[in-house]
Design a protein around this ligand. Structure first.
Ligand code: HEC
Length: 140
Protein backbone atom coordinates (compact mmCIF):
# COMPACT_ATOMS: atom_id res chain seq x y z
CA UNK A 1 0.00 0.00 0.00
CA UNK A 2 2.82 2.36 0.87
CA UNK A 3 5.65 1.02 -1.28
CA UNK A 4 7.93 3.93 -0.55
CA UNK A 5 7.54 3.58 3.21
CA UNK A 6 8.04 -0.18 2.97
CA UNK A 7 11.30 0.27 1.09
CA UNK A 8 12.49 2.87 3.60
CA UNK A 9 11.69 0.54 6.50
CA UNK A 10 13.36 -2.40 4.80
CA UNK A 11 16.47 -0.34 4.14
CA UNK A 12 16.53 0.81 7.76
CA UNK A 13 16.12 -2.74 9.04
CA UNK A 14 18.82 -4.01 6.74
CA UNK A 15 21.36 -1.37 7.71
CA UNK A 16 20.55 -1.96 11.39
CA UNK A 17 21.18 -5.68 11.10
CA UNK A 18 24.38 -5.08 9.11
CA UNK A 19 25.56 -2.62 11.75
CA UNK A 20 24.86 -4.96 14.64
CA UNK A 21 26.77 -7.81 13.02
CA UNK A 22 29.70 -5.56 12.16
CA UNK A 23 30.10 -3.87 15.55
CA UNK A 24 31.86 -6.05 18.11
CA UNK A 25 29.97 -6.26 21.38
CA UNK A 26 30.59 -8.13 24.64
CA UNK A 27 29.50 -11.41 23.02
CA UNK A 28 32.02 -11.06 20.20
CA UNK A 29 34.73 -10.09 22.70
CA UNK A 30 33.93 -13.19 24.71
CA UNK A 31 34.14 -15.35 21.57
CA UNK A 32 37.50 -13.81 20.65
CA UNK A 33 38.75 -14.53 24.16
CA UNK A 34 37.64 -18.17 23.89
CA UNK A 35 39.17 -18.44 20.43
CA UNK A 36 42.62 -17.40 21.63
CA UNK A 37 42.35 -19.76 24.62
CA UNK A 38 41.26 -22.62 22.31
CA UNK A 39 44.17 -21.89 19.97
CA UNK A 40 46.60 -21.85 22.89
CA UNK A 41 45.27 -25.23 24.07
CA UNK A 42 45.35 -26.73 20.57
CA UNK A 43 47.36 -25.13 17.74
CA UNK A 44 45.26 -27.02 15.16
CA UNK A 45 42.10 -25.23 16.38
CA UNK A 46 40.35 -23.97 13.24
CA UNK A 47 37.35 -22.06 14.56
CA UNK A 48 34.15 -22.72 16.45
CA UNK A 49 31.35 -24.91 15.19
CA UNK A 50 27.63 -24.42 15.75
CA UNK A 51 27.20 -28.09 14.83
CA UNK A 52 29.47 -29.14 17.69
CA UNK A 53 27.67 -26.61 19.91
CA UNK A 54 24.35 -28.25 19.14
CA UNK A 55 25.79 -31.69 19.92
CA UNK A 56 27.10 -30.38 23.23
CA UNK A 57 23.65 -29.02 24.01
CA UNK A 58 21.80 -32.32 23.60
CA UNK A 59 24.49 -34.91 24.32
CA UNK A 60 24.08 -37.10 27.43
CA UNK A 61 27.16 -37.15 29.67
CA UNK A 62 27.95 -39.70 32.35
CA UNK A 63 30.54 -37.77 34.36
CA UNK A 64 28.18 -35.41 36.16
CA UNK A 65 25.03 -35.69 38.21
CA UNK A 66 22.70 -38.45 36.95
CA UNK A 67 19.57 -36.28 37.05
CA UNK A 68 21.17 -33.63 34.84
CA UNK A 69 22.90 -35.64 32.10
CA UNK A 70 22.37 -32.99 29.39
CA UNK A 71 22.33 -29.21 29.12
CA UNK A 72 18.88 -29.56 27.55
CA UNK A 73 17.58 -31.16 30.78
CA UNK A 74 17.19 -27.67 32.21
CA UNK A 75 17.40 -25.49 29.10
CA UNK A 76 14.83 -27.49 27.09
CA UNK A 77 15.11 -29.36 23.79
CA UNK A 78 14.62 -26.17 21.79
CA UNK A 79 16.91 -23.32 22.92
CA UNK A 80 14.43 -20.80 21.49
CA UNK A 81 11.84 -21.74 24.11
CA UNK A 82 12.12 -21.41 27.90
CA UNK A 83 13.62 -24.15 30.00
CA UNK A 84 12.98 -25.27 33.52
CA UNK A 85 15.37 -25.76 36.44
CA UNK A 86 14.99 -28.85 38.62
CA UNK A 87 13.30 -26.61 41.20
CA UNK A 88 10.61 -25.91 38.59
CA UNK A 89 11.77 -22.33 38.08
CA UNK A 90 11.46 -21.11 34.48
CA UNK A 91 14.73 -20.34 32.66
CA UNK A 92 14.57 -17.82 29.83
CA UNK A 93 15.50 -19.23 26.39
CA UNK A 94 19.21 -19.66 25.69
CA UNK A 95 19.01 -18.70 21.98
CA UNK A 96 20.15 -15.14 21.29
CA UNK A 97 17.21 -14.55 18.93
CA UNK A 98 14.77 -15.22 21.79
CA UNK A 99 16.86 -13.65 24.59
CA UNK A 100 19.01 -10.88 23.11
CA UNK A 101 20.58 -10.03 26.48
CA UNK A 102 22.18 -13.47 26.76
CA UNK A 103 25.98 -13.79 26.92
CA UNK A 104 26.59 -10.06 27.23
CA UNK A 105 27.92 -10.20 30.81
CA UNK A 106 31.22 -12.14 30.80
CA UNK A 107 31.16 -12.70 34.56
CA UNK A 108 27.69 -14.23 34.38
CA UNK A 109 28.63 -16.35 31.34
CA UNK A 110 31.74 -17.75 33.05
CA UNK A 111 29.95 -18.33 36.35
CA UNK A 112 27.21 -20.42 34.73
CA UNK A 113 29.49 -22.30 32.33
CA UNK A 114 31.58 -23.35 35.32
CA UNK A 115 28.61 -24.37 37.44
CA UNK A 116 26.58 -26.09 34.71
CA UNK A 117 29.41 -27.89 32.91
CA UNK A 118 30.58 -29.30 36.23
CA UNK A 119 27.06 -30.40 37.06
CA UNK A 120 26.43 -32.05 33.67
CA UNK A 121 29.90 -33.28 32.64
CA UNK A 122 31.72 -33.55 35.94
CA UNK A 123 34.36 -31.13 34.62
CA UNK A 124 34.59 -27.58 33.35
CA UNK A 125 33.88 -26.89 29.68
CA UNK A 126 36.92 -26.15 27.52
CA UNK A 127 37.27 -22.82 25.75
CA UNK A 128 36.42 -24.57 22.48
CA UNK A 129 33.22 -26.01 23.93
CA UNK A 130 32.18 -22.60 25.26
CA UNK A 131 32.80 -20.99 21.86
CA UNK A 132 30.93 -23.80 20.09
CA UNK A 133 27.99 -23.28 22.45
CA UNK A 134 27.97 -19.52 21.80
CA UNK A 135 28.19 -20.09 18.02
CA UNK A 136 25.20 -22.40 18.17
CA UNK A 137 23.16 -20.05 20.37
CA UNK A 138 24.01 -16.97 18.31
CA UNK A 139 22.64 -18.69 15.21
CA UNK A 140 19.41 -19.87 16.81
C1 HEC B 1 20.41 -27.90 36.64
C2 HEC B 1 19.88 -27.06 35.55
C3 HEC B 1 20.83 -26.62 34.47
C4 HEC B 1 21.58 -27.42 33.64
C5 HEC B 1 21.65 -28.94 33.58
C6 HEC B 1 22.31 -26.52 32.78
N1 HEC B 1 22.03 -25.22 33.08
FE1 HEC B 1 22.83 -23.56 32.21
N2 HEC B 1 21.74 -22.35 33.46
C7 HEC B 1 20.87 -22.81 34.44
C8 HEC B 1 20.35 -21.69 35.19
C9 HEC B 1 19.37 -21.76 36.36
C10 HEC B 1 20.95 -20.53 34.63
C11 HEC B 1 20.82 -19.08 35.11
C12 HEC B 1 19.49 -18.49 34.86
C13 HEC B 1 19.43 -17.69 33.61
O1 HEC B 1 20.46 -17.20 33.12
O2 HEC B 1 18.31 -17.52 33.10
C14 HEC B 1 21.81 -20.99 33.55
C15 HEC B 1 22.59 -20.16 32.76
C16 HEC B 1 23.51 -20.59 31.84
C17 HEC B 1 24.41 -19.71 31.12
C18 HEC B 1 24.49 -18.18 31.24
C19 HEC B 1 23.80 -17.52 30.06
C20 HEC B 1 23.88 -16.02 30.10
O3 HEC B 1 22.84 -15.39 30.05
O4 HEC B 1 24.99 -15.47 30.15
C21 HEC B 1 25.18 -20.52 30.33
C22 HEC B 1 26.30 -20.07 29.40
C23 HEC B 1 24.76 -21.89 30.55
N3 HEC B 1 23.74 -21.89 31.46
C24 HEC B 1 25.34 -22.97 29.93
C25 HEC B 1 24.99 -24.29 30.21
C26 HEC B 1 25.68 -25.45 29.63
C27 HEC B 1 26.85 -25.37 28.67
C28 HEC B 1 25.08 -26.56 30.15
C29 HEC B 1 25.44 -28.00 29.89
C30 HEC B 1 26.86 -28.38 30.03
C31 HEC B 1 24.03 -26.10 31.06
N4 HEC B 1 24.01 -24.73 31.05
C32 HEC B 1 23.21 -26.95 31.80
C33 HEC B 1 20.54 -24.12 34.70
C34 HEC B 1 21.11 -25.22 34.10
Amino acid sequence: MYPKLTITLLTAALSLSLASSAIAGPREDQMAHYASAAKAADPTFAGFSAVRGKALYVQAFTGGKPDTATCATCHGRDPRTPGRALTGKTIEPMAVSASPARYTDPVKVEKWFKRNCTEVMGRECTAREKGDWLSFMAGQ
